[in-house]
Design a binder for this molecule. Structure first.
Ligand code: DQA
Length: 139
C-alpha cells in the first residue's frame, strides 16, 4: 500500500509552535515512528507552505497513491483550489487535524475540503495520522 501524507502551512513547525495546541514533538520524528510501525506501507511525505504546491502535490498523489492523508492547515478554511484538487482525485482522502477544530475559533469550524473526503480525524494530536492509517489498513 502506498500512502501519501500531505501537510500544509506551518505544519513544518509542529513541535515548536503553540505546543499547548499542537504538542511538542516534531513531525519528522513522528514520521519515523509511523514508517517503523507500518513497515509494509510505503509512505510519501510532503509538506509545503504554498497553496499551489499543495495542489500540485495532491494532483501527483492522485496519480500514484492508494490513499491520501491530508492536513491542509489553515488552507482547510480558505482554499477552494485545494478543495477542487481533492474532489478531482479518485483515491480516498482522509482529512486530519492535530487539534479539535470545534473547540477552537469559529473560523476554524468550516472545512472546504471535508465534503470531498472519506472522513475527518481531528483532536488526537499526531495520533490523528495513525488513526487515519489504521482506517486505511483495515479496509
Ligand atoms: C490544523 C488546524 C488549523 O486550523 C490550523 O490553521 C493549522 C493546524 C490542525 O492540525 O489542528 O495550521 O490543521
Amino acid at each position: 500500500m502506498n500512502i501519501w501524507i500531505i501537510n500544509g502551512p506551518n505544519l513544518n513547525l509542529t513541535g515548536k509552535r503553540q505546543p499547548s495546541v499542537y504538542g511538542n514533538r516534531s513531525f519528522d520524528d513522528y514520521m519515523e515512528e509511523l514508517r517503523k510501525r507500518y513497515a509494509p506501507i510505503t509512505f510519501h511525505y510532503y509538506q509545503s507552505n504554498i497553496e499551489g504546491e499543495l495542489i500540485s502535490a495532491i494532483q501527483l498523489a492522485g496519480e500514484d497513491a492508494d490513499a491520501i492523508i491530508l492536513n491542509a492547515g489553515a488552507y482547510t478554511h480558505t482554499s477552494l483550489g485545494i478543495a477542487d484538487a481533492v474532489q478531482a482525485v479518485s483515491c480516498p482522502v482522509i482529512e486530519v487535524h492535530l487539534s479539535n477544530l470545534f473547540s477552537r475559533e469559529d473560523y476554524r469550524h468550516r472545512s472546504y475540503i471535508a465534503p470531498f473526503t472519506k472522513g475527518i480525524i481531528m483532536g488526537f494530536g499526531l495520533d490523528s495520522y495513525r488513526l487515519a492509517v489504521e482506517n486505511l489498513v483495515g479496509r
